[in-house]
Design a protein around this ligand. Structure first.
Ligand code: AMP
Ligand code: ZN
Length: 476
């Protein structure tokens, strides 16, 4: 299969992806609102759609991927007021933390990272165009989108306006013609951030920011728009209404992709529920590839439950793959960055669980490889891993991360093994000597001594090996 097939939320079907212009394929992903650290659920769309961007780059000569930063928002304003600082102190700090977290997870930076506050002129212009064409109206310092002016409203979520109002917290306000009308611009009091506009000093609503940024960087019609399925209504529905009406009825996004929610104990992980696990804290406890693996383990449209059991399973799987690479340590293979087998399944609506199964098959085949095939087997395994952003670490580093003096560039896990590699090697030598002289009690004692320091040993054809057992990833 060479055609990319994607599930389009707009048609609720899996379709062949045909870009409008293969020389400039456009992708927009709604970025984070930066008033806090992102949680592991927030990382899901960026990992999955980042992988899509990579795949698009392999398929087409030109791709423009935009992922915005929402840096003006009522939650940001509240955080800034509470801290007594201007909003950019909050947004600069957490945007930087977001970029660091994404880099750690192996998410490639997009081509453009538009910030909402740098697009106020375009936002105001879009509001003016919508007013001029009868799709929006100004009232009491606000600009509102007139939902009744757009008969296709609700097309994406497949719900009627009444159902949508009933199912969400629609603000009823005296200045609205219709309760479903939503804010494009709102007035700011002196202590709130604001910009001068034809309607007085104010600030944009959230939805219009994405419409204006997508228009500025990608054009009127974009190929793919993606984000979490929690954004389908109202955010994406409103983006469609604004952009379509501002562009004389031209289609806004041709394919809509939505990821399912990451859950924790079955409940959506969300800042408002308070059941969040912050990515930057998880990155201190686990290797980034383990988190990345877990985010790719479920198909992106399915829910994904985060639990200690899946973390332990992920560790066992990755240890197995790194073990295969370590066993191939004597052959020199230039790891390719791609894999035809992995690409073939990613083309099928980003089937990452199957792609991971392909890596598992390649890893187990590599263990059986005949001497003459080991070089090719290693290259295939490295390529399959790299296609998913995995197996990028040297195997020795992988197994030794978590030591209190870890390899350069890795962080020790809390409860890291308080022992140095040469001490471990010395104990293993003593254990092997004990075994040779059939002193099994002493050999077991040494094994237990190492286990107490979170070091597991394994006897293999290549000799005795050891690895750090991360206490955060132990099977329950
Ligand atoms: P926000 O900063 O809340 O706008 O969220 C940023 C991105 O994370 C959006 O694409 C959301 O749809 C997505 N998102 C939020 N919570 C989750 C979750 N629990 N699982 C998966 N994606 C999520
Ligand atoms: Zn958006």
């Amino acid at each position: 299969m060479t055609t990319l097939r994607l599930h389009n939320s707009l048609t609720r079907r899996i379709e062949d992806f045909v870009p409008e212009d293969p020389r400039r394929v456009t992708l927009y992903v709604c970025g984070p609102t930066v008033y806090n650290y992102v949680h592991i659920g927030n990382a899901r769309p960026y990992v999955v759609f980042g992988l899509l961007a990579r795949l698009l780059r392999r398929l087409y000569p030109g791709v423009v991927y935009a992922r915005n930063i929402t840096d003006v928002d009522d939650k940001i304003n509240a955080a800034a007021l509470a801290a007594g600082v201007p909003i950019d102190r909050i947004t600069d700090r957490f945007a930087a933390a977001f970029f660091d977290d994404m880099a750690a997870l192996g998410v490639d930076p997009p081509d453009v990272t538009p910030h909402a506050t740098q697009h106020i002129r375009q936002i105001i212009a879009m509001c003016e165009r919508l007013i001029a064409t009868g799709h929006a109206y100004a009232a009491e310092g606000h600009v509102l989108f007139d939902v009744a002016s757009y008969p296709n409203y609700g097309e994406l979520s497949g719900r009627s306006v009444d159902e949508m109002i009933a199912g969400s917290r629609v603000e009823v306000a005296p200045y609205k013609k219709n309760p479903a009308d939503f804010v494009l611009w709102k007035p700011s009091t002196p202590e709130l951030p604001g910009w001068d506009s034809p309607w007085g000093r104010g600030r944009p609503g959230w939805h219009i920011e994405c419409s204006a940024m997508a228009e500025t960087h990608l054009g009127e019609t974009i190929d793919i728009h993606a984000g979490g399925n929690d954004l389908m209504f109202p955010h994406h529905e409103n983006e469609i209404a604004q952009s379509t009406c501002a562009h004389g009825g031209r289609m806004f996004a041709r394919y809509w992709l939505h990821n399912g929610m990451l859950t924790f104990n079955g409940k959506k992980m969300s800042k408002s529920i308070g059941n969040v696990m912050l990515l930057h804290e998880l990155l201190q406890k686990h290797p980034p590839e383990l988190l990345r693996y877990l985010l790719l383990k479920a198909h992106y449209r399915q829910p994904l439950d985060w639990s200690d059991t899946t973390i332990a399973q992920a560790r066992a799987t990755l240890d197995g793959w790194y073990g295969a690479l370590r066993d191939l340590g004597d052959v020199d293979a230039v790891g390719s960055e791609t894999s035809p087998e992995v690409d073939a399944v990613l083309l099928d609506d980003l089937n990452t669980p199957e792609a991971l199964a392909v890596v598992a098959r390649i890893a187990s085949a590599s263990r059986q490889a005949a001497p003459g095939d080991r070089k090719a087997a290693k290259a295939a395994l490295l390529g399959a891993g790299a296609a998913l952003g995995l197996l990028k670490v040297d195997p020795e580093t992988w197994f030794k991360q978590g030591l209190s003096r870890p390899a350069e560039g890795t962080t020790p896990a809390p409860g890291a093994a308080a022992i140095k590699p040469d001490e471990i090697d010395a104990l293993i030598e003593q254990r092997n000597a004990a075994r040779k002289s059939r002193n099994f009690a002493e050999a077991d004692r040494i094994r237990d001594e190492l286990a107490a320091k979170n070091i597991a040993i394994e006897d293999s054809a290549q000799g005795t090996r050891w690895k750090v057992v991360n206490p955060n990833e132990r099977a329950a």
